[in-house]
Design a protein around this ligand. Sequence first.
Ligand code: F3S
Length: 284
Amino acid sequence: MEVILAKSAGFCPGVQRAVNMVYEQTEIPERGPVYTYGPIIHNDEVVRDLESRGVRVIHSVDELAGLPKGTVIIRSHGVSREVYEKIESGGFDIVDATCPFVKRIHNIVEEQGKEGRDIIIIGNPDHPEVQGIRGWCRTPSVVIENVDEAVRFSRINAEKLCIISQTTFNYNKFKELVEIISKKGYDINCVNSICNATAVRQQEARDIASKVDAMIVIGDKSSSNTQKLYEISQKECGNTYYIQTLVDLDLTAFESIRNVGITAGASTPNHIIEEVHTNVRIKF
Ligand code: F3S
């Protein structure tokens, strides 16, 4: 059996950078206690390992009240301007691990607001990245996630709009929604802010899934980019398995299969990918 492992599987540069920054902070004792604002990545195993090194996850600024002063690390998804201000005014230091691609979106929405453009964010309104982006908008903003919402959209306030996307949004879906909104006759400045790492990983998953008998997608169940990889792979290959680690994989299901593809979300550690890859190869 042939096993094809996607070259783009696993940590993207932004997640790798954020995880490295947290480990670095744990090695500087004078920093005091280290907190991450939300789990640093959507991966329970990495979060547990960091906890064992004394890193505590906080979920809101209010939680900091009463905690010993130390360093708060902003994760790759980024946060609103208000969160930075509250952390600092609480007397905590900030280490900013916001992915540079997300930071670029914060800068864009801020600048576009100065030009009087209202902001449309194409993405999932509940995702922390999108909530963080909204926190940098100076003008009214709206989040559009599906065709229905795009069709129903009418201007928020101004006739001038800026459309940007959540970094992990599906490119084809983004294009479709932008086309619908563009027909409404507003003055639109559209910025495709989908991260290249995501697009490359999605395209590679599509290519591999289209030519294999079975596809394995590895990643945490709460990771939105892994869920999207699963959807894309499932479309091309009905025999697609979504697993978190090797334990979830029933290798007997692969007995009559000639070739299998493997990919993984941006928050999946390398050793988990390697373990799955090695075991699938050994088994057959
Ligand atoms: Fe950044 Fe792209 Fe990863 S936006 S966090 S490098 S998916």
